[in-house]
Design a protein around this ligand. Sequence first.
Ligand code: SAM
Length: 227
Amino acid sequence: MTTRAQFVQGFLDFYNAPRYLEVGVNRGATFHALRAAQKVAVDPHFLFGAAKHQPGCSYHEVPSDAYFAALDRTAPPFDVIYLDGLHSFEQTLRDLMSAILHLQPLGVIVIDDVIPSGYLASLPDVALFERAWHAAGATGDISWMGDVFRLVFFIESFLPDFAYATLADNHGQLAMWRGRRRAPFTLDRRVEDITRLQYHDVLLQRSAFNLMGQAAIVAQAHSDLFG
Ligand SMILES: C[S@@+](CC[C@H](N)C(=O)[O-])C[C@H]1O[C@@H](n2cnc3c(N)ncnc32)[C@H](O)[C@@H]1O
């Protein structure tokens, strides 16, 4: 299974001195494993102390909305942005709009957790998820993924200037970049329809995810961006 860090590093390696932004950093498992000239971490509550801070990195302990609101529009854009913050459709959509504004034209955005592991994991409300999880007596990895999956359908229908693909062999990391779409994508969807999509649509409308292996995604992004 491809790790989060392996997938993101595959895109960072396109650039000589990459600038990297990660929204939602948690313990820094991915952030601190990545190689980039400049790395920016954003999370309202880092689960590590200053002793773990690395040179060439900056750490912003604020929600993503506050970080983007304070970010100078003329700041140098990022080469790779990884969105893994609050896993609701609305918040991730707002993060994506801000990310697009601060991405260089030949950059790549990666979005985490677009394929929920089951119905409970896909609930938009984390408190409801936790109550239902315990009521069901479920055991094992308690992992809320939220309704970020709806963002895939939004990207498919409302961001046609971006090519995208989803990693097939892990929990669903989607990569998107400015480029030509190859698969038969549909633009025929209303925003209202997207807000009503449920977990079964993840299973029934699989083609919207454009599932591929890591090597194929990296090769396609590289070819679209650098010829
Ligand atoms: C799944 S974890 C991130 C994991 C990390 N990217 C990794 O690969 O190890 C999600 C993180 O998002 C953070 N988060 C929650 N709301 C956020 C927000 N509004 N802005 C940025 N981060 C947020 C949480 O504090 C949590 O640490």
